[in-house]
Design a protein around this ligand. Structure first.
Ligand SMILES: N[C@@H](CCC(=O)N[C@@H](CS)C(=O)NCC(=O)O)C(=O)O
Length: 218
């Protein structure tokens, strides 16, 4: 049995959960917080979630997990069979995670959890995001899905990451830096899927608990 470990308010956890739900792969969920305990570090060396437990073995890094799921459960593919087209989907995911989400992540502590981040960090992140968000237009499609006409694993990533970037920049800079893109329409479209509805419900139910944990740690 496949066990997805992490917590429902995590965007990376939800990227994997969405793919599993879309493909109809049976799995269990185990709530694991990122507490840096030795038990966690043994399974995920940086203490990050999500990770899989698979018959006593583990696997971490959400994209690796998605690729594992895709080859272990080829039903209802979330990636094209053409190698170039498949690489383009992975390219889009990597771009969103490395150049958008990971950059915007530095803002989350203040944007979502009542913390404070330094002004120089805000200036640096804004500059990076401006360039990266503009470049995103060259590869994002939104017609209607993020990579084109089919819902792919890139949508599992876009659905959970893109709204966060818009919300974080709005909270910190007073401007939604993703506003040039039809993220709202896109979220409306994907939000009609039962899989996305389920992930959203679970995320909302878990969000307050996460906020409380972060507040008590700071
Ligand atoms: N590259 C990782 C990123 C995972 C990640 O950053 N997860 C967050 C939760 S959304 C986390 O574990 N944060 C705790 C930490 O970085 O210590 C992946 O794709 O799985």
């Amino acid at each position: 049995m496949l066990t997805l470990c992490g917590f429902s308010a995590s965007n990376y956890y939800n990227k994997v959960k969405l793919a599993l739900l879309e493909k109809g792969v049976p799995f269990e969920e185990k709530q694991v917080w990122t507490d840096r305990s030795p038990a966690l570090l043994e399974k995920s060396p940086l203490g990050k979630v999500p990770f899989f437990e698979i018959d006593g073995k583990t696997l971490f890094e959400s994209q690796v997990m998605l690729d594992y799921v895709e080859s272990a459960y080829p039903q209802k593919p979330l990636i094209p069979s053409n190698p170039y087209e498949a690489a383009r989907i992975r390219q889009l995911i990597q771009f969103m995670e490395l150049h958008l989400e990971l950059v915007a992540r530095e803002l989350y502590f203040e944007a979502f959890f009542g913390g404070k981040i330094a002004d120089d960090v805000k200036v640096r992140v804004q500059k990076q995001l401006k360039r990266n968000i503009a470049a995103f237009g060259q590869i994002a499609n939104f017609s209607p899905y993020i990579a084109g006409s089919e819902f792919t694993m890139a949508d599992c990533a876009a659905t959970v990451h893109l709204p966060l970037i818009g919300m974080a920049t709005k909270a910190i800079y007073g401007e939604d830096m993703m506003a040039a893109y039809p993220v709202r329409d896109y979220m409306k479209l994907v939000g009609e899927r039962p899989t996305v509805k389920k992930v959203t419900e679970d995320r909302k139910a878990n969000a307050a608990e996460l906020a409380e944990r972060i507040k008590s740690r700071s």
